[in-house]
Design a protein around this ligand. Structure first.
Ligand SMILES: [Zn+2]
Ligand SMILES: [Zn+2]
Length: 334
């Protein structure tokens, strides 16, 4: 099969031929239909997450069709369409796994990082961590599997905040904006200063206000979610939320947070992070999304243009999400 795999930190990803493996017990083999490109993939490419000792295949927003089931797989029939998220497997036994916090499991293995992901024509996945997908086209569904799930978890952590801000208006934000609008919350969108196109995009998706991340919102916020991996935005967001407000850091990696005066944290303001996802987040969000309905804006790329897709995500030059789409003809013998 054709696949795109990691080279050294910061280096372009080569297109290679890889063997298609047989599913082990508990695994399903998928023909990949589409795979989202996530900012986390950039952090992996850049070597900002702990290094791997093998050339992994990135991609953790996989929409695929089941073509073979390993032993002991009870879910999903041949031909069924499933989604594979970042959380690839957990130990099932630690104190986090036993208390509904499998997203924090020390033994967790992640798709497109520890486990080869969806920048390929075929992929293996542990069936217990896959989701049945609602009636979306593959490229429309792909961004739901990380941008959507992480956004949903971040929104949950923000609690019942009625007025909330989003810093960084990319793939996750464009999905959260629709859910927040559906729930009757008032959204304030912060983009790169001067990015009029992203601000217009946010207003189109129901934001009450849009401005640069250096601007003060017209009214104090109950919560703010940071999708941009910029630590300097944490003090900015703390200044934008009122007493009792929450600042949620939703990215897996962020530049250093600069020192800030205690008075902007005072008043029971909180800074929290959101890490990974649980299967419950996925089930809840994927049940909610079609009813909103969440519509994803996507720009599609073939596998051979993966590096271009990554560069566009890095530059923030995608309105919505970048998605790799695989050719229909991908045959198992290739
Ligand atoms: Zn565990
Ligand atoms: Zn992701």
């Amino acid at each position: 099969m054709r696949a795109v795999q990691l080279a050294g930190p910061g280096r372009p990803l080569p297109l290679v031929m890889r063997e298609i493996c047989k599913p082990a017990p508990g695994q399903i083999l998928l023909r990949v239909l589409a795979c989202g490109v996530c900012r986390t993939d950039l952090h992996i490419v850049d070597g900002e997450l702990p290094r791997l000792d093998r050339p992994a295949i990135p991609g953790h927003e996989i929409v695929g069709e089941v073509i073979e089931r390993g032993a002991q797989v009870e879910r999903f029939g041949i031909g069924e369409r499933v989604g594979v998220p970042w959380l690839g497997s957990t130990c099932g036994d630690c104190r986090y796994c036993r208390t509904g916090r499998e997203n924090l499991c020390d033994g967790a293995r992640f798709t497109g990082y520890h486990i080869d992901g969806g920048y390929a024509e075929f992929a293996l996945a542990d069936a217990r961590y896959c989701f049945a997908l609602p009636g979306y086209a593959p490229q429309q569904a792909a961004p739901l599997l990380c941008a959507g799930l992480i956004g949903y978890r971040a929104l949950s952590v923000a609690g019942d905040a009625q007025k909330f801000g989003i810093y960084g208006f990319g793939a996750a934000a464009h999905i959260v904006a629709q859910v927040a609008h559906f729930q009757g919350r008032k959204l304030f969108a912060f983009t790169r200063p001067g990015d009029a196109e992203a601000q217009r995009f946010a207003l189109d998706l129901g934001a009450a206000w849009a401005g640069g991340s250096d601007a003060t919102p017209p009214e104090p916020l109950d919560a703010a979610i940071l999708f941009a991996p910029v630590g300097a935005l944490v003090p900015a967001a703390l200044r934008a939320v009122s007493e009792g407000g929450t600042v949620v850091c939703a990215g897996i990696h962020m530049s250093e947070i600069p020192a800030f005066p205690c008075e902007i944290l005072w008043g029971e303001r909180r800074v929290v992070s959101v890490a990974n996802l649980t299967r419950r987040d996925g089930e809840e969000f994927l049940a909610l999304a079609p009813g909103v309905p969440v519509r994803t804006s996507v720009e599609t790329f073939p596998l051979e243009r993966t590096n271009e897709a990554l560069a566009r995500v890095r530059e923030g030059r995608i309105n919505g999400a970048a998605v790799l789409v695989m050719p229909e003809r991908a045959a198992r013998s290739s």
